[in-house]
Structure formats: structure tokens, C-alpha cells
Design a protein around this ligand. Structure first.
Ligand code: RIB
Length: 297
């Protein structure tokens, strides 16, 4: 079972603050930390640490930020055969993390914006699961989903950051993962379970909604699953959603059924909130399994 992740790769410059600045305001924070990030790369690292065989498709520039990202992906055991180097700055994210662990993120997309369908690998042999997100162009997301479908792979879309989905993308998606805000963007405000269920009419088999401290919700044609959150001391929520997505796909690719995968993903997302940074906070498979065996889990 091989997971292919098509997405963004950034270097995160992260600063802790008491609270984020209001418009026009300057606030003083802690020391800047330079850390590997980007939703696609984060999900690749999360899935690889969770034991999946992962190939990453995306783009870096030719600058010093590229080596931060490359070192982290390689260190996690992610296959970078399909990583492209473009004549552009690498992606960078400016992140402030407030005392409660909530973050504000501004992304300078750089090479991620220039990554095009022509840069995607032509060889999809052996790919069983595609996981992609929306920090790259809609054209790349669509092309990746089309190629995944041609080889019979499951298509999992994490619709983050939120944006409209192209009409021709919907029928290609098997599993959609959104947070509350992204769900509201796609289906309007109101009851989250009803809204998630309404998206099934687009032809998906599963809609998963991550609900932060309320856990997660999965809606399929046969019913609804609710996974409560595992309570933790939150330090930084950056990358928690990416951890959830990567671990969910790693578990599914390993043959787990949805309830088991949802439980592991929820636990991994919770563990990722207990440390600073995105990839820096992601648990290994044995850490996730250990936490799942702990009393009260
Ligand atoms: O989801 C968290 C990620 O969003 C950060 O690592 C940052 O790079 C942005 O892409």
C-alpha cells in the first residue's frame, strides 16, 4: 500500500506571543523558530511517522529554506523522488502562536504557487491512496485526483485552506476532511452533521469534520461516527489538523476500518498539540499506539 501526498511545502517562522496583534498594532513576542511546515509536507511526515510508505509530490525553490524542508522530509523517511526544484523562492509561513495555543498563519506560497500539473509525476504505479490539500493550485489538485482515479487509488482531499471546489473535482473525491470553518464554506452554516451529510450528495463516500476540542465527526451513507477528543494540555495547535489527516490515511492504507483510523487520527492530532511546531510535534506510530492503550483513551 503506497500513499502519495501532493501538496505544499513551507518553512515556518514561528513566534510565541501573548496575543496576536490587532490590525495596525505591533506586539513583542518570543524568539523566532525556523521549523519545517506546509500542509502537504506536514501530512507526509505525519503519515510516514505513522508507518505508511509515503511519496511526496510538491515543489521547493533553490534557497536556504529548501534545505530545512528537505532535511525534515528525508529524516521522516518520505520518498522525495517526485519533489521538484523550481526557480522561485521556497514557500514560507509566518506563524504567531498565542498563549492559548491558537495560531495565526500567513503563507508566502513561493514555489508552491508555481507547481503545475506538468510537474506532477507521470508514474502513478502502485499508488493506493492520494492525500492532497488546497495550499497548491486547484489545477494540480484536479490533475492529481484524475491520475489517482486512473490507477484505482482512493482520493482523500483535505479542503484546507478553505476555498470553493471545482465542479469536476467533486466526483473524484472519496473522502473529504474539513474543519468547522471549511465545512461552513462548502455547505453553509447550521447543524454540522446535516451539513456534512448534505455533501455526500456530491458523490463522496465519507465526509470527516474535525472539531478541535470536541473531537471529530464522520458521516457516511450508512451512518454517523463521533470520536470524542482526547484531553491534552495545549501548547500549539499548528499542524494538528495535518497530523490528523496524515495519520488517518496511514491507518486506512494499513487496512484499518474507518472507526479505528478515526480514533488513531484523533489521538495523534491531540498529541501534536502538546508541543511547539507542526512536524516537530508529530507522534510516531508507537507513541500513538501507546497513547491509545492508556487508561481513559
Ligand atoms: O497547517 C499548518 C501549516 O499551515 C503550517 O505548517 C504552515 O506552513 C501552513 O502551511
Amino acid at each position: 500500500m503506497s500513499v502519495r501526498i501532493v501538496g505544499s511545502v513551507n518553512t515556518d517562522i514561528l513566534v510565541r506571543v501573548v496575543r496576536p496583534p490587532a490590525p495596525g498594532e505591533t506586539v513583542l513576542g518570543g524568539d523566532a523558530q525556523v521549523l519545517p511546515g506546509g500542509k502537504g509536507a506536514n501530512q507526509a511526515v505525519a503519515a510516514a511517522r505513522a508507518g505508511a510508505s509515503v511519496q511526496f509530490c510538491g515543489a521547493l525553490g533553490r534557497d536556504s529554506f529548501a534545505s530545512v524542508a528537505r532535511t525534515a522530509l528525508t529524516g521522516a523517511g518520505v520518498d522525495l523522488t517526485h519533489l521538484r526544484e523550481l526557480d522561485s523562492p521556497s514557500g514560507v509561513a509566518l506563524i504567531t502562536v498565542s498563549e492559548g495555543g491558537e495560531n495565526s498563519i500567513t503563507v508566502a506560497s513561493g514555489a508552491n504557487r508555481h507547481y503545475s500539473p506538468a510537474d506532477l509525476s507521470a508514474d502513478w504505479t502502485g499508488v493506493t491512496h492520494l492525500l492532497t490539500q488546497q495550499e497548491i493550485s486547484p489545477e494540480v489538485v484536479l490533475a492529481a485526483a484524475q491520475r489517482a482515479k486512473q490507477v484505482g487509488a482512493q482520493v482523500i482531499l483535505n479542503a484546507a485552506p478553505g476555498r470553493e471546489l471545482a465542479a469536476d473535482l467533486w466526483p473524484l473525491i472519496d473522502v473529504l476532511i474539513v474543519n468547522e470553518h471549511e465545512l461552513a464554506q462548502l455547505s453553509g452554516s447550521g447543524d454540522e452533521e446535516e451539513n456534512a451529510r448534505s455533501l455526500l450528495q456530491r458523490g463522496l463516500s465519507t465526509v470527516i469534520v474535525t472539531l478541535g476540542s470536541r473531537g471529530s465527526l464522520a458521516v457516511t451513507s450508512t451512518g454517523t461516527l463521533r470520536q470524542p477528543a482526547h484531553p491534552v494540555q495545549v501548547v500549539d495547535t499548528t499542524g494538528a489538523g495535518d497530523t490528523f489527516c496524515g495519520v488517518l490515511v496511514a491507518w486506512l492504507a494499513g487496512g484499518a476500518e474507518l472507526p479505528e483510523a478515526l480514533r488513531a487520527a484523533g489521538m495523534a492530532g491531540a498529541l501534536a498539540c502538546t508541543k511547539l511546531g507542526a512536524q516537530a510535534a508529530m507522534p510516531t506510530r508507537s507513541e500513538i499506539e501507546g497513547a491509545l492503550r492508556s487508561p481513559g483513551a
